[in-house]
Design a protein around this ligand. Structure first.
Ligand SMILES: [Mg+2]
Length: 253
């Protein structure tokens, strides 16, 4: 598997699981385990692929860009894809095709951030079992996502349930942005801060986006961070000394 951050050495999921378990068993402190969804528990590459294939069927693409439609048949997304630009270039679309990229961006955003298309997401290896095992330790689980309520709550709930992730709205719950315009990193920091103030808990945060990780590391330094090395915006690099996973398999040798 190609790693996105070659300088960061991946660790074993069992190590972080045992750390969470030890804390739960000693009961010296309450804990909560917080998981991001996109590119942390779920591989969104299949969603991206389906979105782009359907974009090619849109009347505006057929009308304005008939010559590029054959390239869309070559589309194959990869784990470390971020957005659609590299995917289209790899399929053979010229990077100079600015009009096309602009039109695709609008269509892509409508579909990618929608209840309809998140059904194509697939959990990363071992993630369902990993989250279930934490749930069995009776540690609260929160899915804290930059998806927003209006466009993606219903689909997010359906997909978590479809794959058998714990979600009982008490000890395992889903938290989305109330408004799409909110900044993901600030939303997550504020939610974590208020939860920690109310509950006096120790927090584990599993997250793939360095922008979110770095803000939490700086402003909420007691949060135990786990970086999931899948893909990210490339706006920032993850901290060099951070617990890193590339899958959640507990029996990995
Ligand atoms: Mg994410």
């Amino acid at each position: 598997m190609t790693k996105l951050n070659p300088g960061v050495k991946p660790r074993k999921a069992i190590e972080i699981f045992n750390k969470i378990k030890d804390l739960a068993l000693t009961k010296k402190t309450h804990s909560v385990v917080v998981f991001d969804l996109d590119s942390t528990l779920f591989d969104v590459a299949p969603r991206l692929e389906k979105v782009l294939i359907d974009v090619a069927d849109e009347p505006i693409i057929k009308e304005k860009f008939p010559n590029v439609i054959p390239y869309f048949k070559n589309i194959k997304t990869q784990r470390n894809d971020w957005g659609f630009v590299d995917v289209l270039k790899r399929a053979g679309v010229s990077p100079d095709h600015h009009d096309l990229f602009k039109t695709v961006r609008t269509l892509w955003a409508e579909k990618f951030f929608s209840n309809e298309y998140i059904h194509h997401d697939v959990p990363y290896q071992g993630s369902v079992e990993f989250v279930k095992k934490i749930d069995q330790l009776q540690i609260p689980i929160v899915y804290l996502t930059g998806r927003d309520v209006k466009r993606m709550e219903l689909g997010s709930r359906d997909v978590l349930k479809k794959w058998d992730f714990p979600l009982d709205d008490q000890s395992s719950r889903l938290v989305l942005k109330p408004e799409r315009s909110m900044d993901d990193a600030l939303f997550k920091r504020d939610w974590l801060h208020s939860y920690m103030t109310d509950h006096k808990t120790s927090v584990f945060l599993f997250e793939n986006e360095p922008v979110n990780i770095n803000l939490v590391a700086k402003e909420l330094p007691t949060v135990e961070l786990v970086f999931f090395d899948s893909t990210h915006s490339r706006m920032e690099a993850p901290p060099e000394e951070i617990f890193t996973l590339v899958h959640y398999l507990l029996d990995d040798e």
